[in-house]
Design a protein around this ligand. Structure first.
Ligand code: SF4
Length: 100
């Protein structure tokens, strides 16, 4: 096998590794102490939302039934308000918008 052929065989492997690394970075879970999370009152468990501070909270609201949740049925998914992070399906923040 020539060196050129060996090199060509490694291209997809290196590309896949780079994509996997980028994907893993994009899927980091949001920290509740993240300044943006604190500013929006985000919690991983909707039941722990600060109801005294956020009067718009109502029982049953969570990221999983929010218009902005991008995780479909997954336990963690993206939210455009927290770029590059994942929010919990069971979570909640004050920007909640009921999925229609
Ligand atoms: Fe969850 Fe919706 Fe807030 Fe995003 S905007 S963190 S999906 S409640």
């Amino acid at each position: 096998m020539t060196a050129r052929r060996q090199f060509i065989q490694w291209i997809p492997v290196v590309g896949l590794a780079a994509m996997t690394a980028r994907h893993a970075h994009a899927q980091a879970k949001l920290d509740e102490k993240d300044p943006q999370a604190v500013a929006l009152g985000y919690v991983h468990d909707a039941g722990k939302a600060d109801k005294a501070k956020y009067k718009n909270y109502a029982a049953g609201q969570n990221c999983g039934n929010c218009q902005l949740y991008q995780g479909k049925d997954a336990e963690w998914g993206g939210c455009p308000l927290f770029q590059g992070k994942q929010v919990a399906k069971a979570g909640w923040c004050s920007a909640y918008a009921k999925k229609t």
